[in-house]
Write a protein that binds this ligand. Structure first.
Ligand code: URA
Length: 247
């Protein structure tokens, strides 16, 4: 793909999101302190420095505790493998979805199907990459026919998600869809009611937004999702500015 095609693709995506202009606000272009650290990080080092290394160890131990999980019925309902999570253990931004679908079940990686490709574009639209965030689901095994997870399945699986969040210690969590938002916020409210505001989960600020699979079916809501992502990015930038020396 040449540069012109790449640019056309990027601008088409921004237009799809309902973005009709480019901000001249210098803050939008500023490289946050963590990004600068990424540029000078030696090969093989864990993003987030010592914090990232500790988180990587904690994540490995959570994964080991999960084992070849048979705690709920999903293990005998056709799952191929457990889909634990992907990304940087030192991530300041974490995305949490519902449960793996068919592609994720095959590859063992969250959000790699069509909804995942949209999520990747959403991450890139705020100037970040999948490598520097962490992505996980409430449920680690694919429910048959992609049905909604059932309460006993959530009860068995959510402690592992909660431990992942604690290990990573993100500054901001984006809850993707009703299911993730309801689980983290312990509410029955729908995503349409929840989105547009900042909540708290543990030490993180939590921004609920529409699930990418829903956005594929309802592209008119992409504009709202873009507002939510900008909100999440601004919370990250504010936290980085507050933590910068001399601030
Ligand atoms: N939908 C989700 O909620 N999670 C995935 O990993 C893929 C699709």
């Amino acid at each position: 793909m040449d540069v012109r095609e790449q640019l056309t693709g990027h601008l088409t995506w921004l237009a799809e999101l309902g973005i009709d202009g480019v901000s001249r606000d210098p803050a939008w272009r500023r490289v946050p302190a963590d990004d600068a650290a990424t540029a000078s990080r030696p090969a093989g080092a864990v993003p987030g420095g010592g914090r990232g290394e500790a988180a990587a160890g904690a994540l490995a131990s959570i994964r080991a505790d999960l084992g070849d999980c048979t705690r709920c019925k999903l293990h005998r309902l056709g799952r191929r493998q457990i889909v634990f999570g992907v990304g940087s253990p030192g991530a300041r931004l974490m995305f949490i979805g519902e449960a793996p679908g068919r592609d994720e079940d095959v590859q063992g990686i969250p959000f790699v199907g069509r909804a995942g490709q949209l999520l990747t574009k959403m991450i890139e639209a705020i100037g970040m990459t999948r490598d520097e965030v962490y992505i996980a689901n409430v449920i680690k095994c694919r429910p048959p026919e992609n049905r909604n997870p059932e309460p006993d399945e959530v009860a068995s699986c959510e402690p592992f998600l909660f431990r992942q969040v604690e290990a990573i210690g993100p500054v901001v969590i984006v809850a993707l869809g009703t299911f993730a938002a309801q689980t983290l916020l312990e509410t029955q409210d729908t995503i349409s009611r929840l989105r547009g505001r900042v909540y708290h989960y543990g030490g993180a600020q939590l921004v609920p937004t529409f699930h990418p699979a829903y956005l594929l079916r309802s592209p008119e809501r992409k504009r709202d999702a873009w507002e939510d992502l900008k909100l999440a990015k601004s919370l990250l930038d504010q936290a980085a500015a507050a933590a910068a020396p001399g601030s």
